[in-house]
Design a protein around this ligand. Sequence first.
Ligand code: ATP
Ligand code: MG
Length: 367
Amino acid sequence: MYLRKLALLNFKNIAQGELAFGEGINCLVGDNGAGKTNVVDAVYYLSMCKSAFGMTDGQSIRHGEEFFMAEGHYASDRGRSEQVVCSFSRKGGKVLKRNGKEYERLSEHVGLIPVVIVSPADSVLISDAADERRRFLNAFLSTLDRAYMQALMRYNAVLAERNRLLKLNPDETMLSIYDAQLIEQGERIHARRGACIEQLQPLVAEYYRRLSDDREQVELTYKSELNERPFAEVLQAARQKDLVNEFTTSGVHRDDMVLKIGGYPLRKYGSQGQQKSFLIALKLAQYAILAREQGERPILLLDDLFDKLDAGRVEQLLHLVSDDSFGQIFITDCNPNRLQQILDRAGCGYTLYRVEEGVATNPKETL
Ligand SMILES: Nc1ncnc2c1ncn2[C@@H]1O[C@H](COP(=O)(O)OP(=O)(O)OP(=O)(O)O)[C@@H](O)[C@H]1O
Ligand SMILES: [Mg+2]
């Protein structure tokens, strides 16, 4: 999938702008705070209906304005055209349209324009609690698999109900009714997550190996209480604890992904650059699976390319993504010279865009 044209109105610091992009590498350069990441976030918005950086829709409206609008024109790998418009107004809420037709549910759109983002904000996947890693996995699997998204939505709804019930000193028959539904969805989610991490693991290891020039080995595993025994048994064993605590203490809402480097926890023992490389390997693995399963190469967003990476790893990364299995790429950096130098050295063709105070200008240079 490739974004041919992007038009923005009142999106964060961008008052108005229209940009045409190329199929290969598009570089956005400009000073700190110029609006490069904002452009990247707009691209993400058009795919995922929300900010990649945890900004609410309201926070994404340019200060002092009432609404924002983002419009993207795409061409699929098979040549199909798509137009997507995402708008949000303080009064009317969010509206998403595909080729002029409004979606009934935003979730119907997720997956149409696959996107993968690498940004400094990914560090929460390493340093924060398990819920960030689950969020990543859920967003990834929801893009890939509608049935997963539905199972997850049902699971969360039943979980909320069960937790509500636990506060009311419930009788055990009532609880068992909820348990049956929770088990059905939970087992589905567990199976899908397990299969996904099994697919990711070798890809992550291979991408990391290439990024690091074979220096270290990394490992990704799935941690779930359901790995040990069926969900029904897990819930049964936790029932008394649940009644005392008044919430559901076990289940796939407690799952985690364990990240290791050289056999040790990445969070504690990985250097900043090693952690970053792991995250990039994870995102590239996500990219590879999305491309394979959807038959469509996602848009790859590399925000702040040089963040925590040495020049050698950046060059390795550029080598990796300049191969045919990758499609359109957006790269942001505040230093145009070092970016151009490294792209030239890696032998990559690219188009350069300059972003200044929320205004992006069309190619200054095209190679
Ligand atoms: N809703 C908003 N309205 C107006 N301006 C906003 C809004 N949200 C963010 N900004 C502004 O956008 C700017 C940040 O833009 P962005 O993060 O895209 O910068 P950048 O070019 O990526 O910079 P860096 O090189 O530091 O990463 C800040 O000046 C911020 O105040
Ligand atoms: Mg930025």
